[in-house]
Design a protein around this ligand. Structure first.
Ligand code: ARG
Ligand code: ZN
Length: 858
């Protein structure tokens, strides 16, 4: 018997094994007869030999019933060998025709063609096309597609695929067909088709060269009214990409379809984006301000992929960050341009630290360009996406806006229509700017979050600053080389409170960098890694008084927020009285009240770091102490500043439904204030929460009030929770919030409540959003998930194993929290490992889950 690890190694795909494809497929013609139980797919591939070799044509397939294979019109007797079909082709080209049957109804993996509500829809990235037909399912095989979709006209009145809509046919027996032609060569992962009863919100966009593009967002008829925010974001994205990157849309149509069951956020299929409905549907009744921003961000992301991903695509899946890191950077830039750039940057950093830093510090650490995988679905990670975006941002910082733009122009000019590598990207940046990025390339190879340790020494009017970089070992990478990082810093006068001199952009390349500042007239403090210019941890000694000073004086919004975070972490790491923190929050609120800070920033700055983030700072996460200290600090901040919280709430609540930065900021601050008021615990606060809940004009205010109440044991809590369910029953995206808010409660009965919710009639393992809303959210509830008796771990493992039989990709994601066992005390660590072992030892577990569990145990 082979052990699990050996089996995994045998299935490992390595970057160093990359070979160009033996056969190319210039054209693909698909004829699809849609049927929920049995869809027939006939493909007609022209194949041409690539290079001088005699190797056969190898095609990928999964869960296909193969009915017929013809090569140049002649039937061949080839039999698939598992997930591979090998065809001997005598000449240098041939026409291969294959007919298969597939079963969308039983496709619970949501890869390939599957059913969602009454629709049939596809997801092909990364390796889903092989579940539709036999094909060389790899991103460096680019083809021109013609797709004829046929189906029952009543059941599938709308038939969509990539490219431009062509001839429609009316057929006997109530059937019809539509043919779509995509004029742009694309890899199979960008293929899409959709059939079903859909209504559209329509609009149009005229491109910079006068091309009139028909835009449509397709959804159930009842939801069309909730698509306008997404449509506005789409048009803004099209305009922005023209202005900022000179990129124009290249088809006459752009279609988006929103579906309820979707593994990821959305998918950039050429001309036919398919979205998780939670990133399309939004109105003020049902979507929070954060949801509205997420809709705009994801719409922009998928649209931007048309150039960064589709026109220029990836050679192989190790290059995933080529398109994802770059496209996340582009969507972040776009969102920052839509208003409140400082708050957007803080949110981006918050997300990076919450998900990517722990990944980089744990057993699943990998470089943004991994060099081996077993299941590529496991590498759609915060590292590839969010750290990948930080790497692109560093290039932007190093090269400057104009240099970066010359680099992207050259990249598109050189590689349009090609499947390329991260190396091609960096090379274009070098060629366009003359910069040497040799050392910078290490960001693509080395995993882990670097640390920059800062020391300063003052002698008279001179200040010496020493910056030392280090990078700890990660799995498979015992020793590391020095990184090239852009590090922005400035001096802030300790008396004047003003910046002294200009901000400096220092390029750290050596182990230690020494900076000398002369002629200083007053004591100074360092404002470090301004704008979070490098995705690193900064260790710098600073007293609480100095941090409080910076929290009120730093002229870089990120650094100012960061000073407050550092002060909070410092206080929360002890049992000290939190008066320094209380005073700093009071000062921030006063700056806000005096109009010196905008409410959105104040709402960010006065939030304490999460329990998880506090835990990340220590070598061993002390679950109970972290919770106890943070709650004690919250109680003190709530009690001492109660009048200020009332003032903030009165000023900023009831802002209405406007979506401008001012209104969003006001709602944010009002809800933070309300949470503190409820923590202080007066009867008036509970009444205010109830009043806000009942009178809420927006989901932001309604869920804000419910969240403020959720940790309490009060009739108000129970009444609002019950009302919320009744009010929104049937709206899946909103009911997800109802599950999440309960899973995140700090109450002692939360685990029990989650058990009850797992049996709720609206809970299902089949819908990834619902699974994440309940089980995923619970695993993020540090205090309750990490119950000392291991009951939280058992609950997670039970659900993971149950989902694995339905949807391995969803299941594998649930292994991540257990993989952090080394960070907890021995008792918890052993209980977490025991669940990982149980998972890895379960017969028939998917390779997705096996890879995650085995790596977590290594
Ligand atoms: N490319 C998609 C995006 O825009 C995500 C695809 C997700 N695929 C997966 N196997 N998880 O980010
Ligand atoms: Zn993407």
């Amino acid at each position: 018997m082979l052990d699990a690890r050996t089996v995994l190694q045998m299935n490992e795909v390595r970057l160093s094994d990359y070979r160009p494809p033996d056969w190319l497929v210039p054209t693909v013609a698909l004829d699809v007869r849609l049927d929920v139980d049995r869809t027939l797919v006939t493909s007609r591939l022209t194949v041409t030999r690539n290079g001088d070799h005699r190797r056969p044509l190898r095609l990928d397939g999964q869960d296909l019933e193969t009915r017929r294979i013809l090569v140049d019109g002649a039937p061949v007797e080839a039999v698939p060998n598992g997930e591979e079909l090998v065809l001997a082709i005598p000449g240098d080209s041939a026409v291969v025709e294959i007919e298969v049957a597939i079963a969308p109804r039983t496709n619970t993996r949501l890869m390939g063609l599957y059913g969602s509500d009454d629709l049939l829809v596809t997801q092909c990235e990364a390796e889903g096309f092989r579940r539709i037909t036999w094909f060389p399912d790899r991103p460096d095989v680019l083809s021109l597609y013609t797709v004829r979709l046929e189906g029952d006209a009543a059941q599938f009145p709308i038939l969509l695929s990539n490219g431009d809509r062509g001839a429609a046919e009316t057929l006997d027996g109530g059937r019809h067909a539509v043919t779509w032609t995509d004029p742009w060569p694309k890899p199979s992962y960008l293929f899409a088709m959709v059939g079903g009863q859909l209504a559209a919100l329509r609009d149009e966009f005229v491109t910079m060269n006068g091309r009139r593009v028909e835009l449509a967002i397709w959804t159930a008829a009842a939801d069309v009214g909730r698509c306008s925010h997404a449509m506005a974001a789409l048009k803004a994205s099209m305009d922005w990409d023209e202005r900022i990157y000179g990129r124009e849309y290249d088809l006459d149509q752009f279609n988006i379809v929103a579906v309820s069951d979707f593994n990821a956020g959305a998918m950039e299929n050429k001309g036919l984006n398919v979205f998780n409905s939670k990133y399309i549907l939004a109105d003020s009744e049902t979507a929070t301000d954060a949801d509205f921003d997420a809709v705009a961000g994801v719409v922009a992301h998928e649209y931007f992929h048309n150039w960064t991903g589709n026109r220029v695509t990836c050679r192989d899946w190790f290059q995933l960050s080529l398109k994802e890191g770059l496209t996340v950077f582009r969507d972040q830039q776009f969102s920052a341009d839509q208003g409140s750039a400082a708050v957007r940057r803080i949110d981006d950093v918050r997300a990076l630290r919450a998900v990517q830093f722990p990944e980089d510090a744990g057993p699943h650490a990998h470089p943004i360009r991994p060099d081996h995988y077993v299941e590529i679905g496991n590498f759609y990670t915060a590292t590839v996406y969010n750290k990948g975006a930080e790497v692109i941002r560093m290039l932007h910082t190093l090269l400057g806006r104009d240099g970066f733009r010359r680099g992207t122009d050259l990249y598109f000019e050189r590689h349009d229509g090609q499947a390329v590598t991260c190396e091609d990207w960096v090379a274009a940046m070098e060629a366009a700017t003359g910069r040497n990025l040799t050392q910078f390339r290490r960001w693509y190879d080395q995993a882990g979050t670097p640390t920059v340790t800062v020391h300063m020494a003052r002698a008279g009017r001179q200040l010496t600053v020493n910056l030392a970089q280090s990078l700890a070992a990660t799995p498979g990478q015992p020793s590391k080389a020095m990184m090239h990082m852009p590090f922005r810093l400035a001096l802030i006068g300790r008396d004047s409170g003003r910046r002294i001199g200009d901000e400096r952009l220092v390029e750290l390349t050596a182990g230690e960098t020494r900076l000398v500042f002369e002629d200083l007239d007053e004591p100074v403090l360092l404002s470090l890694n301004r704008g979070f210019s490098a995705p690193v941890k900064v260790v710098a000694p600073a007293s609480r008084a100095d941090l409080a000073f910076l929290a009120g004086a730093d002229d870089d919004p990120f650094a100012r927020w960061e000073a407050m975070q550092r002060l909070s972490l410092d206080v929360l790491a002890t049992d000290d009285d939190p008066h320094e923190l209380v005073d700093a929050i009071a000062a921030t609120l006063a700056d806000g009240a005096a109009g010196r800070l905008d409410p959105a920033f104040v709402g960010e700055a006065v939030l304490l770091p999460t329990e998880a983030f506090i835990g990340d700072q220590a070598s061993v996460v002390d679950v109970e102490s972290i919770h106890r200290r943070r709650e004690a600090a919250r109680a003190a901040i709530a009690a001492v500043l109660e009048p200020q919280w009332w003032q903030a709430w009165h000023w900023h609540s009831g802002t209405g439904t406007a979506l401008n930065a001012g209104a969003k900021g006001a709602r944010r601050l009002a809800n933070v204030a309300l949470a503190y008021l409820v923590t202080a615990g007066s009867a008036e606060a509970l009444a205010a929460a109830r009043q806000q809940y009942d009178g809420a004009a927006t989901m932001t205010d309604r869920i804000g009030a419910l969240s403020a109440l959720i940790n309490t044991d009060t009739p108000e809590r129970d009444a609002c929770l019950a009302d919320f369910y009744d009010r929104f029953a049937g709206n899946g995206d909103v009911i997800d919030k109802w599950f999440t808010v309960q899973a995140l409660s700090t109450r002692a009965d939360t685990l029990e409540q989650v058990q009850v919710l797992l049996r709720h009639k609206d809970f299902t393992l089949h819908n990834p959003n619902r699974l994440r809303a309940l089980v995923g959210a619970f695993a993020a509830n540090q205090r309750r998930f990490h119950a000392a008796d291991g009951s939280g771990y058992r609950l997670l493992a039970d659900q993971l194993l149950a989902v694995d039989r339905i949807n391995p990709q969803s299941a594998a994601r649930l292994a991540v929290p257990l993989g952090r066992w080394q960070r907890f005390d021995a008792g918890r660590g052993a209980l977490m490992q025991a669940q990982l072992q149980r998972i890895a030892g379960t017969a028939g577990v998917s390779k997705d889950v096996m890879e995650m569990a085995t790596r977590a145990l290594a």
